[in-house]
Design a binder for this molecule. Sequence first.
Ligand SMILES: [Zn+2]
Ligand SMILES: [Zn+2]
Length: 375
Amino acid sequence: MTVPATMKAWVLGDPGQLLLVDKPVPRPAAAEVLVRIDAVAICATDLQVISHGFPASIGGDLPFNRCFTPGHEYMGTIAALGPTVDEYAVGERVAVEIHAGCGRCDRCRRGMYTACLNYGRSAGDDTKGHRANGFTTDGGFAQYAVNHINTLVRVPDQVSDEVATLIVTAGTAMYGLDVLGGLVAGESLLVTGAGPIGLLAVAVAKALGASPVILTDVRDDRLAIGRRLGADQTINAGREAVVEAVRRATGGRGVDYVFECSGAPGAVNDAVHMVSRGGRVCLGAFAHEPALVDVEHIVSNNIYLFGIRGEGQGAVRRAAALIAQRKIDPSPVHTHTFPLDELPTALRYARERIDGAIKVVVKPQARATSPAGPA
Ligand SMILES: [Zn+2]
Ligand SMILES: [Zn+2]
């Protein structure tokens, strides 16, 4: 595959400002490959990074005016190999995990590379080898990116580029279920919030045998997609008293597990009142305000609370296996596709949820002359 010297890439200027520029195509170092990006999905966290900077950080500073390219949920084709790479070949289709841990800290050694103790030490003289593409190093709103081989997952031929961008989202859902205890077959799970992670958590949990899987949200169209992905029961939290509804659905006992994906105010406190005694709650959403929770209830009921960052423990590879075996089909979550030049429009669709947008995908090899708009 011929690799050009320069590429089109969006870079973050001031808060909310994105500029389309020519950048040198990056070169893969040892244990890295160059990925030609074929598709990149927009995540709520990208919207947060573009407007507020956090949780992205370049060399410890906010990522504004640093020639930084955001975007982290991408897939593509391997275009070149760095020194020592024989695990992959040029031309293979891959999806990517976001985090490459340093591989040398205690958390990385235990598989918790999304909680790497050298997080952000990615560049210059201070590099420890950590990368979180789209957060601490350049990401996917561009035509090429470099990735450590540990972050690559092969994409089967029958999976489209657009669906392949959802592999990492399904991986986050898988990691949340891991942290909750993993073997969820025959156990009840409540997913709160029908964003992409919540919807894919429903699909992954059903594929792993959880029963029943209950989904809550305030939007009926999202709940309908949750039912297509396998939810046994949905509850509109805008119309029903959700804690009472969940307790009623479980004979008063509460669910075995809650996966909180809404970030809504009050969600954590509701979660601890919907889980059974001795149950487990995983928090997977960035909430924007501190939560007030009933600690007495948590302690007296032996409830476990977990927080997850991203997708550790090889969860993305395992989620990809469920997609490859057609045990889950994330395609209802993908709603729109735009070419690279139209990233600002794509971001607007994602932010304002125009035309029922859920996952909006940008195709960096396509230019504005190619077909665009609703997928
Ligand atoms: Zn994301
Ligand atoms: Zn580490």
